[in-house]
Design a protein around this ligand. Sequence first.
Ligand code: AMP
Ligand code: GLY
Length: 427
Amino acid sequence: MNILLLGSGGREHALAWKLKQSSRCSKLYIAPGNAGTALYGTNIALKLNDFDSIRAFCLEHNIDILLPGGEDTLVNGIYDFIKGDDALKHIIVAGPSKEGAQLEGSKAYAKEFMMRHNIPTAAYREFDLQSFDEGLAYLEQHSTPIVLKADGLAAGKGVVITESREEAKAVFTDMLKEARFGEAGRKVVIEQFLSGVEVSVFVMTNGSSYILFPEAKDYKRIGEGDKGLNTGGMGAVSPVPFYTGDFAARVEERIIKPTVRGLQAENITYNGFIFFGLINVDGDPFVIEYNCRMGDPETEVVMPRLKGDLVEMIEDMAAGSFKASYDPGGNIDPRCACTVMMVSGGYPEQYENGKAITGLDAVEGSIVFHAGTRQDDGRVLTNGGRVLAVTSYGDTIGEALERSYENIAGIDFDKKYFRTDIGYEFK
Ligand code: AMP
Ligand code: GLY
């Protein structure tokens, strides 16, 4: 199988690492990739939303599987583009159709889907410019805190949680009247604030059956103790100690199964990952968000715990039936995997690129997934806010983290920063 993987982050490095372990993987191309993905395949310069160039590349290099790492390309309809083209339609696209990707692409769409299928989520209303005054009145009687979400893709920045109604009204006005999130904010979802611990749950589905991947918890805030600005993710652990027994069973019965049955009942073509962003409210799971792709940095702990052959899983998904051996007991490594992100000082605000990274060769007992790096004359340079995800296995979360922190001590670049408290609740 010749595979084209789209993206350039830690998630894509972890996917490339896993795909390359398969005897079914022939050529692996990563577009655009980073210094880490280059160890497993060939990086190529393709723009992720330039479908015509992707088409030409697939034809020239006999691509069999296309795996878009991120949501943009999926929400923009790469699946339908490939399947609608006679010369390309044999290619397996590991991702949903444009319609299926709306589960992530539109918060309002996702909310309506959950309502139709009775899937637990925060109570909400949606508003646009025409219903602006109604929205203000709704906020007037809403309990605080209040969660406001721009409807469309906003690169992880479209959610604002406000402590007061006044602040909520200001944000709401900004979103709708001042187009703070551009096109993405033309509709706004206002929802109830849910209090609990979050967990990320992943399945691979063909729209009628699914296989469970390991769950994970990521740490989104920049500062220790979950303080400060939101980031793409500063670290992750898997498994998540409270994701067992009753809670895990509730997630499957109340959320995963109704979601997959809903896709099937509505004839929504879906051949890919669903990432359920969940919150545990006193033992009951609620959906915070759906994503139509794997998470980052969750993938950097999920792939190391996945035992089976990812290429075979993707082929089976496309063929319409998963093997019994993909049940979690056979497919998930019982060891813990944890990752700690090393980021550029200043991230998630201003930071500088192009700093030389040293110490990578001395790493022992951890896997370093590159996020924002590039190669330059044999050197590896920083090339993004999130730079490296240092993943380790351990019998306990604490042991895995200790290994990652030992290796991080030996890796250096100007203004490196990382959180020292990843997994703090579970150690
Ligand atoms: P999202 O961009 O949808 O991932 O939301 C970003 C973050 O906002 C989530 O990871 C949660 O921490 C938080 N969040 C979103 N919706 C809610 C909610 N209804 N109640 C509490 N926190 C929320
Ligand atoms: N780590 C959260 C995400 O990938 O959206």
